[in-house]
Write a protein that binds this ligand. Sequence first.
Ligand code: HEM
Length: 419
Amino acid sequence: MVTVILTMNLSARFTVQGSGFQSSRREKYGNVFKTHLLGRPLIRVTGAENVRKILMGEHHLVSTEWPRSTRMLLGPNTVANSIGDIHRNKRKVFSKIFSHEALESYLPKIQLVIQDTLRAWSSHPEAINVYQEAQKLTFRMAIRVLLGFSIPEEDLGHLFEVYQQFVENVFSLPVDLPFSGYRRGIQARQTLQKGLEKAIREKLQCTQGKDYSDALDILIESSKEHGKEMTMQELKDGTLELIFAAYATTASASTSLIMQLLKHPAEVMRLFTPISGGYRTVLQTFELDGFQIPKGWSVMYSIRDTHDTAPVFKDVNVFDPDRFGQARSEDKDGRFHYLPFGGGVRTCLGKHLAKLFLKVLAVELASTSRFELATRTFPRITLVPVLHPVDGLSVKFFGLDSNQNKILPETEAMLSATV
Ligand code: HEM
């Protein structure tokens, strides 16, 4: 039996592009310092105590802040964009999607999607670009497993292309001019919403004969239970948010998982945190670590730097998976030292689903395939828009025969010739 403890931490060092600048400023100015983002002042916050104050201050000290393009393109009906009571109610409705029972019902489908994908990767004669392929995999998981859409393969491929156009422009300058990134984002949103509406209508008509409930079924039921039946627009925004939230984050973590397994093939694993941190607007002036944080300013709580500097981790630079084992449980020593999924009232809603997906991927990778780095050295890592290797990570996958030996391409060709 394969036991996988899945954790995320940055202690195993790779060269991370763009991170040196912020960490050298942190070393110079301390855990709370002023910087700029796109010409606007921003307070960057590191360290469990400081981060705790930001995350627990949601709705009274600070409020979530997404760039305007993201707010407009994702739409007003999303959990991430809503605040106050609307946010609380939406979380209640959405949390049913991620209950233990719901996750159990998705599990066989997640396994199938991952097994099919690994088979395809292994039968590919060349090395594959892991990050690109992991993006396709998480998109497929969101569409087929979470939303239960039975869209034909060709249409799914087309939808994925439109979705990529959407994601590429979700953090663009909000200038609505012909050929601007923002305009391309709006067009992609319109096409996606059309496709989603068609799939939702078809799904609502033919729910018979289904062997499991998906997140969309649960969402529709849960909204009725809470007396807030969702409109078609809310359903479309909700499904787009689920795809968006699951997509880049889980693809980043899946790629890091494969990279870690390549570096440390015999070990349990830890992963890089896909999201560097979260942004907030200050609602009222407050004090943090001896500094006045003025009302109206922007704050970014840093997940990455907080992990990097957490005093609870012994030898933080050392790859040491046992630190998360039952005997040591270093991550339990303070809730806000270890926060790959954020914290407080905006803790990631999909964290249990993401962990389940990554565990299934780890188990299937270990039991059904072997893989080798196809480049001489490991690539550099970039943090934008989420953490990923700059070249996507080039890896050759092999299937395994009944003796757990690699099936080499020549053997595969011979086998198919004899059939
Ligand atoms: C490895 C994968 C993932 C990571 C690292 C991750 C990380 C995060 C983080 C750090 C936040 C908080 C952002 C903030 O404080 O502003 C967040 C929020 C959120 N995540 Fe995830 N996430 C992952 C996967 C998922 C999945 C699979 C889903 C759903 C299908 C999801 C749904 C959400 C939603 C809806 C929110 C907004 C919550 C709110 O504003 O109340 N995430 N995620």
